[in-house]
Design a protein around this ligand. Sequence first.
Ligand code: CMX
Length: 435
Amino acid sequence: MDILKKKFHEKASALKAELRAIAKEQGGTQLDTVSVKQVLGGMRGVKSMLWETSQLDAQEGIRFRGYSIPEIKEKLPKFKGGKEPMPEGLFWLMLVGEIPTQEEAEALSDEWEKRAHVPEHVFNTLNNLPKDTHPMTQFTIGIMALQSESIFAKRYAEGMSKNDYWDATFEDSMNLIAKLPVIASNIYRRTYHNSDFIDADTSLDWSGNFAHMLGFKDSDFSSLMRLYLTIHADHEGGNASAHTVHLVGSTLSDAYNSFAAGMNSLAGPLHGLANQEVIKWVFRMIESLGTTEPTDDQIKQYIHDTLDKGQVIPGYGHAVLRQPDPRFVAQREFAKEYIKDSEIVKIVWQLFDIVPPILQGLGKVKNPWPNVDAHSGAILVHYGLKEYSFYTVLFGVSRALGVLAALCWSRALGFPLERPKSVTSEWLKNELSNS
Ligand code: CMX
């Protein structure tokens, strides 16, 4: 991928010089002040990180290099005349800020195929785990086992110059992205299909081949994977998984260590694990109500019961968004177009009408609307991927695109070790009493 690498290096070198000048000449300019609420409330809204690949607006949702989800759906290259965007195109866009041509996206697909070989010791490591190890745990262990392949770690040990960090990070990122579908599908097949593994189909693109290795033959499922792996890829830098990759990467941990750390963050139920929690919650509701066609009143009662138990409604709410998540909307549109009859999808749509007013009524939930995780499981169930413990792995494979493109930028721009300041409650109380 010489063209992509060269393009990235040219753009990164220019921006690095520009940012250095800004830091020198205008470094003292105050952008924001941090409030006590931000110190105690999870640092919401604190502008403290540069993240080139995407930006999130509370009302509008995510934009990748300035393009909204409807725009990337329209503009990114498609695989063999299909309707859904190729994630290869999104990676290219996030890395260099340009929509690739069809040929460029296909060349990237071929490049990832060439880099997809996973060494045997990774599979042996996974095989030594108990079968009921959560797939996200298997995923991070698989990535950690793959760290033996890190070019950055090897070159750093040999005395690599700071100026070359971006190059080694680019190579590691490309290799890791290429290998993730192989690791993820291996985990899926060993956990749920008696280790009946499926060889890669090299005629397919990154997503189509992933769907194939998972064992899904329906071409609509491959289309779903293209959309899914595109829309989950990035959500600016402050979300927990992206920020974790950024933080760990800032210590010059390589792409494998940094990405595995981010995946442990994605595995939390307030973040990526919410996609499994949503469908688990829906299945439990169906079981408890004894019907796959619950009435609105039955659903309302189930929601109140959940809240009364001190639990959250999974798939609803967001730390930044204040409108229905456009990633939810994109999945709803996909379901409307591709899925004619699904009881689970229908329930998800019922929930979209019923949950927000109830959460609004609590008077404390800042965003009563659905997030990305509210819809994905129902579509996967429709195509037969019912093993919901695996869902966050799919999210993780996609998230690699954004966080690794951003990691390349961090190393190319020479960002320093991240080290914000903490304070004690004693300090805070003193400060407030003196103000
Ligand atoms: N159900 C019930 N209560 C909710 C809620 C929900 N879906 N969303 C927020 N709240 C509650 C919070 O728990 C908090 O209650 P307390 O004051 O009692 O602690 C209160 O409302 C205020 O929270 P907030 O400021 O609106 O939301 P946060 O920014 O703190 O948290 C999030 C955001 C996503 C963690 C939260 O909305 C939530 O727990 N949602 C359910 C889990 C989920 O879907 N997560 C996936 C997010 C998307 C992703 O990362 O993949």
